[in-house]
Design a binder for this molecule. Structure first.
Ligand SMILES: *[C@@H]1O[C@H](CO)[C@@H](O)[C@H](O)[C@H]1NC(C)=O
Ligand SMILES: *[C@@H]1O[C@H](CO)[C@@H](O)[C@H](O)[C@H]1NC(C)=O
Ligand SMILES: *[C@@H]1O[C@H](CO)[C@@H](O)[C@H](O)[C@H]1NC(C)=O
Ligand SMILES: *[C@@H]1O[C@H](CO)[C@@H](O)[C@H](O)[C@H]1NC(C)=O
Ligand SMILES: *[C@@H]1O[C@H](CO)[C@@H](O)[C@H](O)[C@H]1NC(C)=O
Ligand SMILES: *[C@@H]1O[C@H](CO)[C@@H](O)[C@H](O)[C@H]1NC(C)=O
Length: 481
């Protein structure tokens, strides 16, 4: 374990044992390990930031802006969309992983060596095919506990917005793991009152929902040529394949096997506390893997796809109406649950995190603002806060808006004149009214489909859907139960 290639982890362990040693010998004064703030930045590296959308949640790397509202302001409305929590691989990713594992185990190797020595007593973490697609439930990064814990944290942060009496709707797209996330989050947020005071509304993912959806589709988006060009390997993977093949004679892994095994490693952490597979690959190889994920989201579900901003405009436009109506008219709390590829279009529609030019396919533009793990890790979420602020020396009394992505404040482009780099609601409105593409025309939505998002105003207050009834089926996907 000490020969781990992930030196960030080793450094952290070494650092904490140094601190302990100093505490034990308390005559040591002014030693470096007593500094309040460490001056070390171990390669500015945390392996969780290189797993793209596959690995455990990690907060967005912030610009340093305080997460709490500035002293002069209070949040009076919150609108959040959260991706489901940590999960097992999809069935199609599972096929790729199983193919590459079959090559590993089919190589006729009786004694594993070097980087793969741990394989003598390793087992695949997906017990059987039925678990593909499902939220994970074990280990410190389990999806179900992510959702529950997030709910309790938001109760702490936004609990004042609930009057302890009313029934509050929460909204989930109609996909099993998303529904499970919404339910666990609701149990966390409402605590003992979940059964009676949350009303889960399940919004079908079907295309016939048109714009009245958390998962709008774009029928004209049949041009997948840009997305199709996104590579799934880069030269660094050749090094990994050559290294592993040389260490274990008979092994014949390719670059795509390396991609599959790295993806598997990131998923392993969703179900287990520790992944030996993560340590099989070097930091540089993980940097490559992370960027390939950035490319995927950028070109297949983000601003690099010509229709995605229009898809995301549905949510941005409707949330603008909530912000303008304010908590008195519209209500103070809107918690929504969907997928990663429903959040990246919203980020595109807002026009934030855009690189200066389209991401190159053949090299990594270091410093790239479009980093998948900082946008949609498992459990990733975008929170829009409406702030009611008193006058300050720099700003007038009024209503402001802040975007918080994975618990880090992201200023709304050039509009940051308010307290805490927030944007005055009036300016937020006028900027978006000008820039938002039209979903209906861009995506040629049939006239017979709903033409705007309506469920935030017309929701059910029944608690009938708050719990799963009956067993969850094998590789469950769409369900209303
Ligand atoms: C704004 O000012 C009013 C009146 O002084 C005060 O009651 C309120 O708490 C202030 N709001 C914030 C967020 O400080
Ligand atoms: C919320 O739960 C607590 C604890 O069970 C209970 O005392 C309170 O009456 C509940 N509130 C509502 C509105 O049901
Ligand atoms: C896109 O593909 C779908 C399904 O294959 C088809 O029904 C639709 O007509 C296509 N739209 C365009 C604009 O080509
Ligand atoms: C390794 O696999 C490649 C194709 O992936 C194949 O062309 C080559 O013959 C294989 N080598 C051995 C030694 O099996
Ligand atoms: C924007 O939202 C408003 C209010 O929800 C709605 O009436 C309007 O149709 C929406 N526009 C588009 C293009 O979705
Ligand atoms: C409310 O319930 C009705 C009846 O089950 C259903 O048709 C409708 O889609 C529900 N609305 C929402 C927003 O879930």
């Amino acid at each position: 374990m000490l020969s781990s290639k992930v030196s960030g982890i080793v450094c952290t362990l070494a650092l904490s044992s140094a601190v302990t040693a100093v505490k034990l010998g308390d005559s040591v004064i002014g030693s470096a390990s007593e500094k309040q703030f460490s001056q070390e930045f171990p390669e500015n590296y945390n392996i969780l930031k290189f797993h793209g959308g596959n690995g455990p949640y990690s907060e967005r790397r912030s610009y340093g802006i305080s997460r709490d509202p500035p002293e002069s302001c209070a949040v009076d409305q919150v609108i959040m969309i959260k991706r489901h929590g940590e999960r097992y691989p999809s069935p199609s990713m599972g096929v790729d992983i199983e193919d590459s594992l079959a090559k590993v185990y089919g190589a006729g190797i009786t004694e594993w060596k070097d980087d793969l020595a741990f394989l003598d007593d390793w087992e695949y973490f997906v017990p059987n095919k039925c678990w593909y697609n499902a939220e994970t439930y074990s280990g410190p990064y389990a999806g179900l506990s992510d959702a529950y814990q997030h709910g309790t944290e938001y109760r702490d942060r936004y609990g004042d917005l609930w009057n302890d009496e009313s029934v509050v709707p929460i909204f989930s797209s109609g996909y099993s793991r998303v529904i499970n996330t919404a339910r666990k989050f609701g149990e966390g947020f409402f605590g003992y009152n979940y059964t009676t005071n949350a009303a889960l509304n399940i919004i079908s993912e079907s295309a016939v929902m048109g714009a009245n959806s958390l998962t709008p589709t774009c029928d004209t988006d049949n041009d997948t040529s840009t997305c199709d060009k996104v590579p799934s390997t880069m030269p660094q993977f050749k090094l990994a394949a050559a290294r592993l093949n040389a260490q274990n004679s008979g092994l014949n892994l390719t670059e795509s096997d390396i991609y599959n095994l790295m993806a598997m490693a990131s998923f392993e952490l969703n179900a287990r506390a520790f992944s030996q597979w993560v340590n099989v690959f070097t930091q540089d190889e993980w940097v490559t893997f992370g960027y390939l994920n950035d490319l995927y989201y950028y070109y297949c579900a983000g601003p690099g796809d010509k229709n995605m901003a229009a898809v995301g405009a549905v949510y941005v436009n409707a949330s603008l109406s909530l912000l303008n109506e304010g908590p008195e008219k519209a209500g103070p709390i809107f918690f929504n649950f969907a997928h990663d590829t429903d959040i990246t279009p919203i980020v595109a529609a807002l026009g934030i995190l855009l690189p200066a030019e389209d991401l190159p396919l053949d090299r990594i533009p270091f410093g790239n603002p479009y980093v998948a793990t900082d946008i949609v890790p498992m459990g990733g979420h975008l929170t829009i806060e409406r702030l009611s602020c008193n006058a300050t020396a720099m700003s007038s009394k009024g209503t402001y808006v802040r975007l918080v992505l994975n618990e880090a404040v992201v200023p709304f482009n050039k509009c940051q004149s308010g307290p805490g780099y927030s944007c005055p609601l009036a300016d937020y409105n006028s900027i978006l009214k000008k820039s938002l593409p039209n979903y209906l025309t861009s995506c040629k939505v049939p006239k017979s489909y709903p033409q705007f998002l309506d469920f935030w105003w017309n929701y059910n207050t029944t608690t009938r859907l708050n719990y799963q009834r009956g067993p969850i089926s094998c590789q469950e996907a769409e369900t209303l139960h």
